[in-house]
Design a binder for this molecule. Structure first.
Ligand code: FAD
Length: 310
C-alpha cells in the first residue's frame, strides 16, 4: 500500500506528491489526465517568477519535477469510489474505473473542477480566442476592449467590477429577471459608468470572424427578439463545478459540492486530505492550488508520523 495516494494530477496533486515524496514516504498519484485544467490553458502570466508560459509547457515541467522523485504516477486512471478505512490508521481504498483498487494510509483528494459552459454555438470554437472563464487570468488580455460577462451571480458581478477597471466596456448578461449577487456588489456595479446590465437575456450564440470573437447574440426572454452586441471578449461566469460526484455520501461536501477542508487541508475523514479547486479554499488559481497541495502533503506526513506504532 501507499503511505500517500494522491487522486488528481493537476497543480494541487503535483504539489502534494512532490512534498510527500521528499519526505521519503511511498507516494502514488492516480490521475484521469495529468496536468488537469492547466493542459487547456494557452497563456499563463500570473505564475509568480515566470513572466509568461503556456499550459502544456508548465505541465511538462510539473511532470518532470514529479519524475525527479520516486512517485508512482498512474495516468489515465479515473477514481470511481473512496472506501474509507474501517478504523483510524487503517487503509483507505480507492476504486478505479478500470476495476483496480489502490490502498493507502492517507489520501489526498485533488480532482479539481470544471467551468460550467453555456453550450451555445461558437463557445467551443472560440475558446481561448475571446471566450474565457477566468477574469483573474485573462482580464489584462482585454485591456481597452469591449467584453461581456455572462452570469449575474456573485462571481459574474465581481468579474464585471474587476474588468470595468481594465476594459473599455462591459455588458453583463443575466438569464433571470434580476441579478443574484450580494446587494453591496450590485450597488458597486451600478456606480460604474462603463457597465451595462441586461437581465432576462438568454445567450444564444458566440459570433466570430473565423479567427476571434467579434460579438454575442442573446434573446430577450420577455419577447424582445434577438440582439447582437459587438465585442472582443466573453467571460463565462455561470459556475465552477467541483469534480466530486464520485465522493457524494462519503465525505462532507458543501451544497455546491466542494470538499470541506480546514486550514491544513483536513477533510471530514481522518487521514483524508484535499487541496485545490475541488475544495472550499477561495480563489481557484494555479499558484493557490500548488500551495494548498503542498500544505495537504505536509499535513498527510504529519498525520502519518503520529499514527501509533503497529
Ligand atoms: P485541476 O487542474 O482541475 O486538476 C484536477 C486533476 O484531477 C486532473 O488531473 C484531472 O484529470 C483529475 N481528476 C478529476 N477527476 C478525477 C477522478 N475521478 N479520478 C482521478 N483523477 C481525476 N489559473 C491561473 O493561475 N492562471 C491562469 O492563467 C489560468 N488560466 C486558466 C485557463 C483555463 C482555460 C482554465 C480552465 C483554468 C485556468 N486557470 C488558471 C485555473 C487553474 O487551471 C486551476 O485553478 C488549477 O488547475 C487547479 O488545480 P487543481 O490541481 O486543483 O485541479
Amino acid at each position: 500500500p501507499f503511505d500517500v495516494l494522491v487522486v488528481g494530477g493537476g497543480p494541487a496533486g503535483a504539489g502534494a506528491a512532490i512534498y510527500t515524496a521528499r519526505k521519503g514516504i511511498r507516494t502514488g498519484i492516480a490521475a484521469e489526465r495529468f496536468g488537469g485544467q492547466v493542459l487547456d490553458t494557452m497563456s499563463i502570466e500570473n505564475f509568480i517568477s515566470v513572466s509568461r508560459t503556456e499550459g502544456p509547457k508548465l505541465v511538462a515541467q510539473m511532470e518532470q519535477h514529479v519524475a525527479d522523485y520516486s512517485v508512482d504516477l498512474m495516468n489515465l486512471q479515473r477514481a470511481d469510489r473512496l472506501v474509507p478505512a474501517a478504523h483510524e490508521g487503517g487503509l483507505h481504498e480507492v476504486q478505479l474505473a478500470d476495476g483496480g483498487t489502490l490502498k493507502a494510509r492517507t489520501v489526498i483528494l485533488s480532482t479539481g473542477a470544471r467551468w460550467r459552459q453555456m453550450n451555445v454555438p461558437g463557445e467551443e470554437a472560440y475558446r481561448n480566442k475571446g471566450v474565457t472563464y477566468c477574469p483573474h487570468c485573462d482580464g489584462p488580455l482585454f485591456r481597452d476592449k469591449r467584453v461581456a460577462v455572462i452570469g449575474g451571480g456573485n462571481s459574474g458581478v465581481e468579474a464585471a467590477i474587476d474588468l470595468a477597471g481594465l476594459v473599455a466596456h462591459v455588458t453583463l448578461i443575466e438569464y433571470a429577471g434580476e441579478l443574484r449577487a450580494d446587494a453591496v456588489l450590485q450597488r458597486k456595479l451600478a456606480s460604474l459608468p462603463n457597465v451595462r446590465v441586461v437581465t432576462s437575456a438568454l445567450t444564444t450564440e458566440v459570433v466570430g470572424d473565423g479567427d476571434r470573437v467579434v460579438g454575442l447574440r442573446y434573446e430577450d426572454r420577455q419577447g424582445g427578439g434577438v440582439h447582437q452586441v459587438e465585442l472582443e471578449g466573453i467571460f463565462v461566469q455561470i459556475g465552477l463545478v467541483p469534480n466530486t460526484e464520485w465522493l457524494q455520501g462519503t465525505i462532507a461536501l458543501t451544497p455546491r459540492g466542494e470538499i470541506e477542508v480546514d486550514d491544513r487541508g483536513q477533510t471530514s475523514l481522518p487521514g483524508v486530505f484535499a487541496a485545490g479547486d475541488v475544495t472550499t479554499v477561495p480563489y481557484k488559481q494555479i499558484v493557490v492550488a500548488m500551495g494548498e497541495g503542498s500544505k495537504a502533503g505536509l499535513s498527510a506526513f504529519d498525520y502519518l508520523i503520529r499514527l501509533p506504532v503497529e
